[in-house]
Write a protein that binds this ligand. Structure first.
Ligand code: ZN
Length: 72
């Protein structure tokens, strides 16, 4: 069992380093822009505005649109 916070920290690390190996493992939504991205997206969101989703469907269900830059 992982603590949810620990998982989110690992995901955030992947976003910060634009880890292509993490692409497909999860997506992140940016609350301020209403878009969701792959971990390797060149956009630089603030941590506080980011939430993580396991699938693209989950991100879309939460009301996010696909990013035009990274096309998740
Ligand atoms: Zn993106």
């Amino acid at each position: 069992m992982h603590a949810p916070d620990t998982d989110d920290e690992a995901r955030w690390q992947a976003v910060e380093t634009r880890d292509r190996n993490a692409d497909g493992a999860f997506y992140y939504g940016v609350k301020t822009s209403g878009i969701f991205c792959k971990p390797s997206c060149p956009s630089r969101p603030k941590r506080i505005n980011v939430c993580f989703y396991a699938t693209r469907e989950a991100a879309e269900a939460a009301g996010f649109r696909a990013c035009k830059r990274c096309k998740p």
